[in-house]
Design a protein around this ligand. Structure first.
Ligand code: FAD
Length: 438
C-alpha cells in the first residue's frame, strides 16, 4: 500500500472507530421518551469517549499507523483530538444541565450517584491530563514525571468513563451491547499493555551494547551501539528510535534520538546527542558494555521517502544528526545527486561533526555553507542566523526538482519554512523534524 492510500485508510478506520460505538448504542431498544437535547448530549459524550479511547491506539507506536504520517504528526493529532475529546465530554453534562437545571446537584460528588461520580472523576482526570500537557513547561514538570502522570491520568479517565457509561446503563440494555462495550474498552487498554509490557519484552530479545561514547565538538557525544546476538535493526536515513540504557527495558525512561550513522552500515548504530538535561548529561559516564534497548525505527523525515534530483538540507545545532545520516548513506550508496547543506551553530569551535562533513564533501556532490552565530575574528563565511536573505544568497537556481529538509531549533525551523514558502518552494517539498514532542 503506498503512503497516501495507507494514510486515507487509517483516517477512515479512525472515523469508523470513533463513530461506531455511538451508532451501535443508538440501535433499538433505546431508552424511551428522551428529548432531542438529552440524546444529543449523550451522542457527544459517546463520541468524546471513543475519541479518548482511540488515543491509546494512536500512541501505541504501531508502525503501520505511524509510517504514513511520521510520529510528530501523529502526536500533534493526538494533542488536537485530546482537546476535542475534552470539549465534547464537557459539553455532555453542560447540555444536560442547561436542559434540566435540577441535574446541577450531580456536580456535588457527595450528593450524586456512582454514575455521576465516575463521570465527574473522568472529566477531572481528562482536564488535568490536558492542562499538565499544555502547561508542562510553565509548571516546570519534568518530562519523566509528566509522562508517568500522563499515563496514569489517561488510564484513570478511560476506566472512570467506562464505569460511568456502564453505571448509567441506559444504552447498555442488551447483552450484545454490553459485550461490545467491554470489547471496546479491552481493545484500548490492550494498546497500553502492548506499549508498556509486550514491546519491552520484544526489545529484551534484541538487546544492544554500548560500544563507545565519543566526545564531539560542543557539548555533544556520539553514542555507538552494537547488536548482541542479532543483526541489528534497519532504518531509513533520517529516522529515529527511542533509547533505553541499563539492565531492563521495563523502564519508563526512554528518549528519542535520530540515527546519525549510515543506513547502509548494518550492525553498528550511531546517535549524535547534545547535552540538555539529566539523561544526556549522564551519557559521558556510561561505560562501554552497558546494555541498551531500542524501539524503532520511526519517522517519515527521510531521504528515501522523498525522491528528487537534488536536496537542500538545513540544520541548526544538533539538528544535523538526521542529515548526517542522509549524507553518510548517500556516500555509501555512491549517490552523486547535488546536495546543499546549510548548517548553523552558535560557535565555530562547537560545531559538531564539521570535520566529518568536510570528509563527506570529498565523496559527494555536496556544498556546505556554515553559518556561525558568534564567529571568530578572522571569520569570512556567513554569520548570524539562517535568514531569508541568507537563503536567497545560497539556494541553487537551476530548475531541477529538489526536496528540502529542515531540522533545528523551532524558531529557526519556522523562519526557514516561511522563507522557503515565500520563495515558491511547494509546501509538500519541505520536510521538517522537531526534536521536541511535548
Ligand atoms: C524525533 C526526535 C528526534 C530527536 N533526535 C535527537 C538527536 O538526534 N540528538 C539529540 O541530541 N536530541 C534529539 N532529540 C531530543 C532528545 O530526545 C532530548 O534532547 C532528550 O530526550 C533530552 O533528555 P534529557 O533528560 O537530557 O533532558 P530533559 O531536560 O529531561 O529534557 C529536555 C527536553 O527534551 C524533551 N524530552 C525529554 N525527555 C524526552 C523523552 N523521553 N521523549 C521525548 N522528548 C523528551 C522534552 O521536551 C524536554 O523538555 C530528538 C527528539 C525527538 C522528538
Amino acid at each position: 500500500m503506498n503512503r497516501f492510500i495507507a494514510g486515507i485508510f487509517w483516517i477512515l478506520l479512525y472515523l469508523v472507530a470513533v463513530l461506531a460505538p455511538m451508532f451501535i448504542m443508538m440501535i433499538r431498544p433505546t431508552p424511551p421518551g428522551r428529548s432531542f437535547w438529552v440524546e444529543f448530549s449523550i451522542a457527544l459524550g459517546f463520541v468524546g469517549l471513543t475519541q479518548m479511547g482511540v488515543q491509546f491506539l494512536l500512541i501505541a507506536r504501531y508502525r503501520k499507523v505511524t509510517a504514513p504520517y511520521g510520529i510528530d504528526v501523529i502526536l500533534q493529532y493526538h494533542r488536537l483530538i485530546a482537546m476535542m475529546a475534552l470539549f465534547l465530554i464537557l459539553a455532555h453534562p453542560a447540555i444536560l444541565m442547561i436542559h434540566n437545571p435540577a441535574l446541577l446537584g450531580l456536580l456535588n460528588p457527595l450528593g450524586g450517584t456512582w454514575a455521576s461520580r465516575s463521570g465527574l472523576g473522568a472529566i477531572a482526570a481528562l482536564a488535568l491530563l490536558v492542562a499538565t500537557s499544555v502547561f508542562r513547561q510553565q509548571i516546570k514538570l519534568d518530562y519523566e514525571r509528566w509522562r508517568l502522570t500522563h499515563t496514569l491520568l489517561g488510564f484513570a479517565a478511560l476506566v472512570l468513563a467506562h464505569a460511568h457509561v456502564s453505571l448509567a446503563g441506559s444504552y447498555l440494555n442488551t447483552v450484545w451491547k454490553q459485550a461490545m462495550w467491554k470489547v471496546f474498552g479491552a481493545a484500548m487498554l490492550s494498546s497500553l499493555v502492548y506499549l508498556r509490557l509486550i514491546r519491552p519484552a520484544l526489545q529484551k530479545r534484541e538487546r544492544y551494547r554500548v560500544a563507545e561514547v565519543r566526545p564531539e565538538r560542543g557539548e555533544n557525544y556520539t553514542l555507538v551501539l552494537e547488536p548482541v546476538s542479532h543483526r541489528g535493526l534497519r532504518f531509513a536515513p533520517g529516522q529515529f528510535a527511542w533509547l533505553k540504557l541499563g539492565q531492563t527495558p521495563y523502564t519508563i525512561e526512554e528518549h528519542p534520538f535520530s540515527f546519525s550513522s549510515s543506513s547502509e552500515a548494518a550492525g553498528r548504530l550511531e546517535f549524535g546527542i547534545k547535552v540538555l538535561g539529566d539523561f544526556t548529561r549522564e551519557l559521558r559516564h556510561v561505560p562501554a558494555g552497558t546494555d541498551a534497548y531500542l524501539d524503532g525505527p520511526y519517522g517519515a523525515f527521510s531521504l528515501d521517502l522523498a525522491p528528487a534530483a537534488g536536496y537542500v538540507l538545513i540544520a541548526g545545532g544538533i539538528g544535523i544528526t538526521p542529515l548526517l545520516s542522509f549524507l553518510k548513506t548517500m556516500a555509501d550508496r555512491q549517490d552523486v545527486r547535488p546536495v546543499l547543506l546549510i548548517y548553523g551553530d552558535r560557535s565555530w569551535d562547537g560545531m559538531a561533526y564539521r570535520e566529518e562533513l568536510d570528509e563527506l564533501a570529498g565523496r559527494l556532490n555536496l556544498t556546505i555553507v556554515h553559518v556561525v552565530e558568534k564567529p571568530p575574528q578572522d571569520w569570512r563565511g556567513e554569520s548570524g542566523f539562517v535568514t531569508a536573505d541568507l537563503l536567497a544568497r545560497h539556494l541553487p537556481r537551476e530548475k531541477i526538482k529538489r526536496e528540502y529538509f529542515v531540522c533545528g531549533p523551532p524558531v529557526m525551523m519556522e523562519a526557514v519554512r516561511a522563507a522557503l514558502l515565500e520563495r515558491g518552494v511547494p509546501r509538500e517539498s519541505i520536510h521538517s523534524e522537531r526534536f521536541n514532542l511535548v
